[in-house]
Ligand binder design. Structure first.
Ligand code: S3P
Length: 171
């Protein structure tokens, strides 16, 4: 079902700056900020890597969907999502019906720079991050493109510049 609240939803791959941009954007707009990954960690009390281990990726996607639904029902929110949320059919359909979905486009090089500094991303553990991110991008990029209402290039740009561009383009 389409959600026509004022909420702004950020989508894009790991390392695209959804969380850092989202925080600034929310502050500028006077909105509340949530990050679905953070909410999952908060509500379960365990790490995302642990959830992937115990419940697999599908268990994680169900939890992600639940968080998305919880906050979509509220107003004046900036919601940063996990990079794989668009692979879950129900979440993707919800996002498709929303009118303020912003895709933060990011090169693989920039994703590697930003996403491999911590080891809290299970999909990048025990693998070559460059090939994994490339592989994910192949299947996910068309979905990000299809679902988003606004696309913003984040390469070589700071989160506050990106946040201001989002505000400008949503006017
Ligand atoms: C994932 C991205 C992560 C997190 C999980 C899975 C993905 O979020 O949800 O590790 O499938 O791309 P970020 O995009 O915030 O890193």
């Amino acid at each position: 079902m389409a959600n026509q609240s004022d909420n702004i939803i950020l989508i894009g791959p790991m390392g695209s700056g959804k969380t850092s941009t989202g925080r600034i954007l929310a502050k500028e707009m006077g909105f509340d900020f949530i990050d679905t990954d953070e909410k999952i960690v908060e509500s379960t009390g365990v790490s995302i890597a642990y959830i992937f281990d115990v419940e697999g990726e599908s268990g994680f996607r169900k939890r992600e969907h639940k968080e998305l639904m919880k906050f979509l029902g509220k107003d004046n929110m900036v919601i940063a999502t996990g990079g794989g949320i668009i692979t879950h059919d129900k979440s993707r359909m919800i996002l498709q019906g929303h009118k303020k979905v912003v895709y933060l486009k990011t090169s693989i090089e920039k994703q590697i720079e930003r996403a491999t500094v911590s080891n809290n991303r299970p999909l990048l553990i025990d693998t070559d991050p460059a090939s994994k991110l490339q592989e994910l991008m192949l299947t996910r990029e068309p979905l990000y493109e299809e679902i988003s209402d606004i696309k913003i290039d984040t390469n070589d740009r700071r989160p506050n510049e990106i946040a201001l561009e989002i505000i400008d383009r949503l006017r």
